[in-house]
Design a protein around this ligand. Structure first.
Ligand code: PLP
Length: 379
């Protein structure tokens, strides 16, 4: 009888060790990790330099709170603002917290305007603000009333946003690629048009890069595939390669509205997580980003070459890939792959999600393809 709350349905496997792209269960059985802790461990498990950076900090100082100077946070913030072109950073511990901060900051910036336009199908997190911004109403069941001040539009539809803009709207908040909804990529013009519309209407563009950011798509941030600059970016997941860290990265005009006491977090920007993140950001060189992208292309090609009738389409950028099936078999296939010692994710019943680490090799891809095709033939 478990003393854990039953909010998760867990696969009956326990992992006790990881190295690179591999995980090992309690019996020492080796698995291939094509999930990366749901887009978190981009550099794989126990990456030498990241582990060293975290260990060095663990051996020096774990925690002092945000009441004191924090040079490592400053360094990380400087790197993130340089990479993004924005101005300043608030550190927290998770994606949902990064989005909570973004919602608060947008409301502060907006003055009397408190409404945020968000997308159907989106996922922004599980705390009340982020959940209220999440366009999957099934996740609201039992938790209403939701936070007020969100208007929902279809993803990838500029006209609907135009229709919804009124005197109360301060921001539009979207994922540059919808992750939990099945790796949905908007049209190339969508983000540039949205940014232009936001500029015209003096509205903030908030991009939730929690899943798509930190190099996963082959750019540091996924929006960098478009030639735009958002007003707020939220990041977490891959930021510290598995240690809890989130960031809300703000443009100058937003930053100028935030003052001491407006927001905070006891653990946010914890020294150990920040030490790991500083290393992660340094490792995400242009060469590494290109490799991520190329690895993703190779993986997509390999899957396409399987030409299986169950595969309806493959979409994705870099190492954020969705395989849509012609039948609702995604969960069954994920389970079968696990039985065959491969970890993947799913989005609902029809989309399999592949989020492998950046260190993936051609051998790993071929091994995956071989097992995947044998699993497909049995479903
Ligand atoms: N935003 C996006 C786009 C996500 O994919 C997720 C998690 O899957 C979150 C926010 C929430 O992040 P966390 O689980 O760290 O709170």
């Amino acid at each position: 009888m478990s003393a854990l709350l039953k909010n998760y349905s867990r696969y009956p496997v326990e992992f006790v060790e990881g190295k690179g792209i591999n995980l090992y269960d309690v019996n020492g059985t080796k698995y291939l990790d094509f999930l990366s802790g749901i887009a978190v461990t981009g550099f794989g498990h126990r990456h030498k330099e990241i582990t060293e950076a975290a260990n060095n900090q663990l051996n020096k100082l774990w925690h002092v709170s945000n009441l004191f100077e924090a040079t490592q946070q400053e360094n990380l913030a400087a790197k993130l603002t340089k990479k993004s072109g924005l101005h300043s950073v608030f550190f927290c511990n998770s994606g949902t917290e990064a989005n909570e901060a973004a919602i608060k900051f947008a409301r502060k910036w907006g003055g009397d305007r408190k409404t945020i336009i968000v997308a159907n199908g989106s996922f922004h997190g599980r705390t009340m603000g982020s959940l209220s911004a999440t366009g999957q109403k099934k996740l609201w069941n039992g938790f209403t009333p939701m936070l007020q001040g969100f208007k929902f539009v279809d993803f990838n539809n500029i006209d609907q946003i135009k229709e919804q803009i009124d005197k109360t709207v301060c921001a539009v908040m979207i994922e540059p690629i919808q992750g939990e909804n099945g790796i949905i990529i908007p049209d190339d013009e969508y983000l540039p048009e949205l940014k232009q519309l936001c500029n015209e209407k003096n509205i903030l563009l908030i991009l939730d890069e929690v899943q798509a950011g930190m190099g996963r798509t082959g750019k540091f941030f996924a929006y960098q595939w478009s030639n735009i600059l958002p007003d707020i970016i939220t990041s977490a997941k891959g930021l510290a390669n598995g240690l809890p860290l989130g960031a809300t990265i703000c443009g100058k005009s937003v930053a100028n509205t935030i003052f001491p006491g407006d927001h905070g977090s006891t653990f946010g920007g914890n020294p150990v997580a920040v030490a790991a993140a500083n290393k992660v950001v340094d490792l995400l060189t242009e060469k590494q980003l290109l490799e991520n992208y190329n690895n993703g292309e190779t993986l997509k090609k390999e899957i396409l070459s399987l030409k299986n009738p169950l595969i309806k389409t493959i979409r994705g950028k870099g190492l954020m890939i969705g395989i849509e099936f012609t039948k609702p078999v995604a969960k069954v296939i994920a389970k079968e792959l696990l039985k065959n010692k491969i970890l993947v994710g799913n989005s609902g019943d029809t989309v399999l999600r592949l989020l492998p680490p950046f260190i993936i090799t051609k051998d790993d891809i071929q091994k995956f393809a071989k097992i995947f095709i044998s699993v497909l033939s049995k479903v």
